[in-house]
Design a protein around this ligand. Sequence first.
Ligand code: KG4
Ligand code: ZN
Length: 336
Amino acid sequence: GKDIYLMGIETSCDETSVAIVKNGREVLTNQIYSQIDIHKKFGGVVPEVASRNHLKKISYIIEEAVKESKVSFNELDGIAVTYGPGLVGALLVGLSTAKAMAFGLHKPLIGVHHIDGHISANYIEDSHLEPPFICLVASGGHSHLVYVRDYGKYEILGRTRDDAAGEAFDKIARALGLGYPGGPLIDQKAKEGNPYAIKFPRAYLEEGSYDFSFSGLKSSVLNYLNSCKMRGEKIVVEDVAASFQQSVVDVLAHKTIKAAIEKKVDRVYLAGGVASNSALREQVKKLAKKEAITAGYPSKILCTDNAAMIAAAGYYQYKKRNIADLTLNAVPNLKL
Ligand code: KG4
Ligand code: ZN
């Protein structure tokens, strides 16, 4: 058939991103402008500041995407945009832009769930990947264990009961004085530490549960740091980082493989910012190998928020003619 070119737009948090993807798998351009340096000084994302900066950048990024891909506006087959979950003001910038373009260019508008996007990053990375598979989605805002039955068809097996995995990384990094965002910094420090130096708890929860909980672990690390300070004991940041990380990774990897065994699928994939974590990647690969399961994950640039993953997810909706109309609104707490 005819090649399909979709533009993806993502502004749900602190990345302004525009991509053009061919047939849902081939990235022609994936422009990502990260606001991290702006939010760093606040120690986290400030919603109002995020919206303003999306607004400032988005038109230039669209122009850049068209220029780099050499795909003209007229050649586009549709505009796919994240409409939730995320920060409402931030989402509205991308959504309004996408609606204006869809209206002005007479192109179909496709509303994409941000998590559908994260999962679909794997279709870009592995061009032969097809459902069904198990996907662990772990980011700053979400921790979901998902059974991907078909394109865009998800069964949520488990989710976090408190903090998201990335959020836990960010909070512990802050307590260790490492900075923001904490995930990559803990990952780095942990490489020089002993993951079994300090015994932190692993929350496997009730037998058979695929939910996650990181607040107990977080308290345990914070208590450990406080008691070291009170006793005047030296804190070995590398060991704390490695031991904390191992606790998170053990639970995430164990539940991911267990889900694959129970659902009788032989493929597990990672998604979201935390899928960049080197210990998580290693542990999942190691456990998968023992069970003859294939493990995969997107390259780092496709793990963080980006618009190529939104265009990839949008492609499978486009094929089903799942087209939105111009009344589409931002839904900050959109369910998968
Ligand atoms: O998917 P993402 O870019 O944005 C959200 O949708 O939340 O994920 C960002 C999160 C942050 O919490 C960040 O600390 C975490 O992903 N992260 C990591 C690593 N790289 C990013 N966590 C652990 N290890 C990493 N290497
Ligand atoms: Zn995300």
